[in-house]
Design a protein around this ligand. Structure first.
Ligand code: F6R
Length: 234
């Protein structure tokens, strides 16, 4: 893994932006995108840039089950607000949280990913080592699936909701098998709370107990971290 240490999240935004710019210059067509607090500065850099994604495709990692695109806590809404309103793509895919048939929805999403091989996949990192909503114990060979969120993830995401009880208990997530097919993976993590997960991802055993450790088996991973997130690396 290629590790880039940055001073803070703003510099991380610039480092992440540089990865998107290079990918575009190299002809990338499809970008896998993440939500959460981590990618926000990258999206800020992108929205303020002249980069053009109007002929490109984006595929998001995940979405909560039960939230409509108009719900401010949905990942659809997040992406509109932080990126797509200012920087539209030709087509943008996010799992449909309101899908009536969950099995059909995961199949549909896998077909989308198969039709649009991901050139650059942006990832955040959960404190428990999750990527997307692939929680510890998720088989590495799984495609898109419906996930029961762990209490640790519900607690971590409660800050975005008025009440912890409002945090959805289920989500759709791209699987680790799909993430691993991306040509280039850019994982970003900031802060001390991520330090254990960063160390386990990079230096620990490759195990389904730490979903991000699967990335050790990918030959083109860039990790952008600040000093606090890198503090437990040897
Ligand atoms: C979001 C996602 C999650 C987050 C992770 C870190 O689409 O897939 O894996 O990247 O939970 O979240 P933040 O960035 O809020 O710390």
């Amino acid at each position: 893994m290629n590790i880039i240490q940055v001073v803070d999240q703003n510099m991380g935004g610039e480092a992440g932006f540089a990865e998107f710019k290079t990918a575009l210059e190299q002809g990338a067509n499809t970008f896998g995108l993440a939500t959460g607090s981590t990618p926000v500065t990258i999206y800020e850099q992108l929205t303020h840039s002249a980069l053009d994604f109007s002929q490109k495709t984006s595929i998001n990692l995940d979405e909560y089950v039960g939230l409509s695109p108009e719900n401010p806590q949905s990942y659809h809404y997040f992406m509109q607000k932080h990126l797509f309103d200012a920087k539209p793509f030709r087509e943008s895919f996010v799992p449909n949280g309101l899908a009536e048939d969950g099995d059909a929805e995961v199949k549909r999403y896998d077909e989308i990913i198969a039709e649009h091989p991901i050139d650059l996949q942006l990832l955040g990192l959960g404190k428990n080592g999750h990527i997307g909503f692939n929680e510890p114990g998720t088989p590495f060979d799984e495609g898109t699936h419906r996930v029961t969120l762990t209490q640790s993830t519900i607690d971590a995401n409660a800050r975005f909701f008025e009440d912890e009880a409002d945090v959805p208990r289920y989500a759709y997530s791209m699987g680790i098998a799909s993430i691993m097919k991306a040509k280039h993976i850019v994982l970003v993590a900031y802060g001390e709370a991520k330090a254990d997960a960063v160390a386990a991802m990079i230096e620990g055993p490759v195990t389904e107990d730490v979903p991000a450790s699967a990335l050790q088996n990918h030959d083109n991973v860039t990790v952008i971290v600040d000093a606090a997130a890198a503090s437990k690396l040897s």
